[in-house]
Design a protein around this ligand. Structure first.
Ligand code: KG4
Length: 343
């Protein structure tokens, strides 16, 4: 009989401390501790994030192991997010994983956070007959730090074919939300107000750039100037039009994302299309993708909400596939902050 594979995943790349255990690709536990300490600052404060990770990491890992009913010494491997992300935050997860590996003699696996988001589609759930994408597929990865179109040829073979040249889609949501006085992170609030507004009430600029790349900085500026001009005429403009402003902004961001995704699907001839990352929780984006899937005959894959935002289950599943390749890393592994797919 084959030996069971138990992978502990540890995620600490930004402002969520998470630990998860996966058995033979099926999730047993996935614990996430968020960080409220950033709310007052309108964005993640790196130094506060690393301190909060230090406080959270032991209880979160402990809970993940307990809820999975397994001891650390019984694990097959410990997978941790090595990057990209905030260096101070990554250091906490990396150091903890190394320490746990040393004390238990369980091997270490380093995971690229972006690869983790993509492989979230393969997290098995007990009793759920899950439809998983077939290779090759396209993944629109949209989060607070990334906006990319990725061509996925195999679990561990993927290529970024388009990406943002400035802000990420999540950043566009959050920064524009800040302009209209919404707290951080503003993306979910824009989503909420957008559902009550008219998406065609206002128009904002869309970038014209080559290939499958994205740009959101022009939209941010156009949004800011539009509001500045309107407020000159009516100081209560934002309050009176909040729902329409949010709906129009959201529609613009979705249009920008989908124009390039449609182009990529058409030109590569790939009709297995998926979405990943925190922004994929956006209801307008999900609905627009479903419309496109019908229109263009795509097989569409949208992960469950818990696996779209930062979570350790996606790190554990990536660890699982690296484990199958016996792809381990030594105690000298250092975190990296920059986006790359070749680590
Ligand atoms: O992947 P993620 O959890 O982590 C980071 O990249 O840090 O993504 C977080 C981002 C934030 O920008 C947040 O505003 C955005 O995802 N987000 C949303 C929604 N839920 C989260 N944006 C729009 N609509 C949502 N419903």
């Amino acid at each position: 009989m084959e030996k069971d594979i138990f992978i502990l995943g540890i995620e600490s790349s930004c402002d969520d401390t998470s630990a998860a255990v996966i058995k033979n690709g099926v999730i047993l536990s996935n614990e996430v501790a968020g960080q409220k300490c950033h709310e007052a600052y309108g964005g993640v404060v790196p130094e506060l994030a690393s301190r909060a990770h230090q406080q959270n990491i032991i209880p979160v890992v402990d809970m993940a192991l307990k809820n999975a009913g397994i001891k650390a010494t019984e694990l097959s491997a410990i997978a941790f997010t090595r990057g990209p992300g905030l260096l101070g935050s990554l250091l906490v997860g990396t150091s903890f994983a190394k320490g746990l590996s040393l004390s238990t003699n369980v091997p270490l696996i380093d995971v690229n956070h972006l690869q983790g988001h993509v492989l979230a589609h393969f997290i098995g759930e007990e009793g759920v007959d899950k439809k998983m994408p077939k290779f090759p597929f396209l993944c629109l990865l949209v989060s607070g730090g990334n906006s990319q179109i990725i061509r996925v040829d195999d679990y561990l073979s993927m290529e970024v074919i388009g990406q943002t040249i400035d802000d990420a889609a999540g950043e566009a949501f959050d920064k524009c939300a800040k302009v209209i006085g919404l707290p951080y992170p503003g993306g979910p609030l824009i989503d909420k107000y957008a559902a009550l507004g008219n998406p065609d009430a206002f128009t904002f600029s869309k970038p014209r750039i080559q290939g499958y790349d994205y740009s959101f900085s022009g939209l941010k500026t156009s949004f800011l100037y539009f509001l500045r001009d309107q407020i000159k005429v009516d100081p209560d403009f934002i309050e009176k039009n909040r729902n329409d402003i949010c709906a129009s902004l959201q529609k613009t961001i979705i249009d920008i994302l989908l124009i390039k995704l449609r182009k990529a699907a058409k030109e590569t001839g790939i009709n297995e299309v998926s979405i990943a990352g925190g922004v994929s929780a956006n209801k307008g984006l999900r609905a627009a993708l479903q419309d496109d899937a019908k229109k263009f005959g795509w097989n569409l894959f949208i992960p469950p909400f818990a696996f779209t935002t930062d979570n350790a289950a996606m790190i554990a599943i990536t660890g699982h596939y690296k484990y199958l390749n016996q792809d381990f890393i030594g105690q000298d592994a250092m975190p990296y902050s920059r986006v790359t797919f070749d680590k």
